[in-house]
Design a protein around this ligand. Structure first.
Ligand code: SF4
Ligand code: SF4
Ligand SMILES: [Zn+2]
Length: 438
């Protein structure tokens, strides 16, 4: 039974084609589409009931924000990104791909790092990209990305340049190798102005890393974390979760992160998407939001409950999930009210504003520990002790829903195109051919 319509692409030729959201005989929801040339495709998009699907979307803030200096579309979505006038969100987090080099060659890598000729983005081009972002509505939150961005020796210069241009938040997306191996490097990054480290962290078992990263890395991750802790660099753990590889490990990752809070600020889960370089077979049952939340609840014996989580507010609710908690001294967690527009960057200044809006006056003091004297101390206490679990379900050529894509606020900068939504930039067909990435 069809319950809704959208547009998608053919996974073989990337032609735009109509797609229906259907209720399957097993009670789950699917995206079904047909290319006249390449046949029919059916992909699981929600492992749960229709009611739960509709309830998840019911908190949707909706609305439309036209991007600044938007392009006039010619061929339509998803071929005119830059952003174009049909896009419904301005940017928030922007990835700068500083290099395509990497010190790993992961079997799973959306950027396909190491597959092409080594190329570093020249400083002059980075400067132009910063300018372009300011013209398009910046300053945005900058994600220093790659490849592996720590291979750029001039990372401090790149951050300093961004600061000069008016950017204030720099998140480093890293595999952690250099942080683990080079004495003093974490402190060097902290001094350079890195705000948060997004650390690739797929679990605590070497077998997981062998499959996803091609190397045994548990010890490396632990050493990278220790280096960041010593340098005062806050960390968010970022597991890529693949069914049958590490979907059993979510509980372990969350318990571990919590045991190292507040240095570890939270966990950002990325169920695997089948784009870029991906050596894994696409399973019959890919991981959907309800399936991830069920695993989290089961594997933590209900400490983190599916009911605590909500969908994104700025982006489509079907793109993301998040829950925030106040960590008490006795180790218990109190779920915090849901935020409507929480992006994936962890910005303590915004966190403070948010907390102050949500918790004010006596209610806040009542919720605080009895020895917390003032509202101001309480706010600092809450920000320091907030632990966030979030996730983003990136789209690939099989499950791409253009209604979701038009609301994307996470962009890659492309010197020719401008700002390209992450899921469009990284879209590849079954043969690995990319729509945007050159
Ligand atoms: S994803 Fe957005 S910017 Fe890209 S073509 Fe579609 S509407 Fe335009
Ligand atoms: S990056 Fe992909 S999954 Fe995330 S908000 Fe954008 S379209 Fe949605
Ligand atoms: Zn086709």
């Amino acid at each position: 039974m069809e319950i809704g319509k959208t547009m998608s692409v053919c996974p073989v030729c990337l032609a735009r084609i109509p797609a229906g959201k259907t209720l399957g005989e097993d009670g789950n929801l699917y995206l079904e589409k047909r290319c006249w040339e390449h046949g029919s495709f059916k992909t699981l998009i929600w492992e749960g009931s229709l009611d739960s699907y509709l309830a998840w979307g019911s908190n949707d803030a909706g609305g439309k924000v036209t991007p600044v200096h938007a392009n006039v579309p010619e061929r339509g979505c998803p071929y005119d990104c830059g952003l174009c006038q049909n896009h419904e969100r301005d940017g928030c987090c922007v990835l700068l791909e500083l290099t395509n080099r990497c010190n790993l060659r992961c079997p799973v890598c959306f950027a396909g790092a190491g597959d092409q000729q080594p190329k570093d983005l020249p400083l002059e081009e980075i400067s132009r990209q910063y300018d372009l972002l300011m013209e398009r509505g910046g300053p945005f939150n900058i994600q220093l990305s790659g490849g592996e961005p720590t291979l750029r020796e001039n990372l401090p210069q790149i951050i300093a340049l961004g600061k000069e241009k008016g950017f204030t938040f720099f998140q480093l997306n890293t595999n952690g190798l250099r942080l683990a191996q080079e004495q003093g490097y974490a402190a060097h990054l902290a001094q350079s102005g890195v705000s948060t480290v997004f650390l690739q962290f797929d679990g605590l078992e070497d077998g997981i890393y062998r499959t996803l990263r091609g190397a045994e890395l548990t010890d490396v991750k632990l050493r990278a974390l220790e280096a960041c802790r010593e340098a005062g660099l806050p960390v968010v753990l970022v597991p890529t979760v693949a069914p049958g590889v590490n979907d059993h490990a979510l509980g372990d990752i969350l318990r571990f992160a919590l045991s190292r809070a507040p240095h570890i600020r939270g966990v950002h889960i990325q169920p695997i998407s089948y784009f870029g370089r991906c050596a894994l077979e696409i399973p019959e049952r890919r991981l959907t939001i309800p399936a991830v939340l069920r695993r989290i609840e089961q594997q933590t014996q209900g400490q983190f409950r599916a009911a605590h989580f909500g969908g994104g507010g700025a982006e489509s609710p079907y793109c993301s999930f998040h829950a925030s908690y106040l960590r008490r001294e006795d180790g218990t967690l109190t779920p915090l009210p849901r935020r409507r527009s929480q992006c994936c960057c962890v910005k303590s200044s915004e966190a403070r504003d948010y907390v102050s809006q949500q918790w004010s006056g006596k209610a806040a003091l009542d919720a605080a520990d009895p020895d917390t004297a003032s509202l101001d101390e309480f706010l600092s206490h809450v920000v320091e002790n907030t632990f966030t679990v979030s996730g983003m379900v990136f789209q690939d050529a099989y499950n791409l829903d253009l209604d979701r894509l038009r609301r994307c606020y996470i962009c890659e900068v492309d010197s020719q195109r401008g700002m390209v939504p992450f899921c469009a930039y990284n879209l590849t067909d079954v043969n690995g051919r990319s729509l945007y990435r050159t």
